[in-house]
Design a protein around this ligand. Structure first.
Ligand code: ATP
Ligand code: MG
Length: 160
């Protein structure tokens, strides 16, 4: 496979609620190559968890279907695509709004997309009714200060 990315992975799994943890842990293990902080990793896990839960609950409405995840790394950025072939979203702009939910009866709070948007740098929603939904999320991983530089800074401060 020839790719413009530095690394890529794909995952197909059934829309069972047990697979939500599997998906978020697998993407986090892949993202670990970028050497993220614990917080950055937790943000990615939460966003993946929200998107996968949406595929299970809304896309397939708890019937069996396939969820696809594709994750790509380019320099210090991770791009994650999460898609289903479920019922689709009628009004994407409305769905993005905080507190908007079509499943208030299931005690959903309508905060999934808002959480994804606050934890990731970019969130795109592509959806066609009766065809399915694809979420594309991007996050830049900030580079940590190398240990040697940190030591030099401490030494400079001590000597000044
Ligand atoms: N994969 C999907 N397929 C079909 N509809 C979706 C999908 N993802 C989201 N939606 C629609 O968008 C709405 C908003 O999603 P969002 O995740 O923000 O809230 P929620 O899932 O209803 O509640 P919460 O995430 O807080 O439990 C959902 O109520 C649903 O109507
Ligand atoms: Mg949700």
């Amino acid at each position: 496979m020839k790719s413009i990315y530095d690394n890529e992975m794909e995952l197909d799994f059934l829309s069972k609620s047990n697979n939500e943890a599997f998906a978020r842990i697998t993407v986090a293990a892949f993202a670990a190559q970028l050497d993220p902080t614990i917080e950055e990793l937790a943000d990615i896990k939460t966003a993946v968890s929200e998107a996968v839960t949406n595929c299970i609950i809304h896309g397939y409405e708890n019937t069996e279907g396939v969820i696809k995840i594709k994750a790509s790394l380019l320099k210090n950025e991770i791009e994650i695509e999460i898609s289903d072939n479920g019922k689709g979203i009628e009004n994407v702009e409305l769905a993005r709004k905080p507190l908007y939910t079509t499943k208030a009866n299931l005690e959903r709070s309508g905060m999934g997309f808002t959480i994804m948007e606050s934890f990731m740098d970019e969130v795109e929603i592509h959806s066609v009714v009766d065809i399915g939904t694809k979420i594309i999320m991007k996050k830049k991983i900030k580079s940590k200060q190398p240990l040697e530089e940190e030591k030099e800074e401490v030494l400079l401060k001590l000597n000044s």
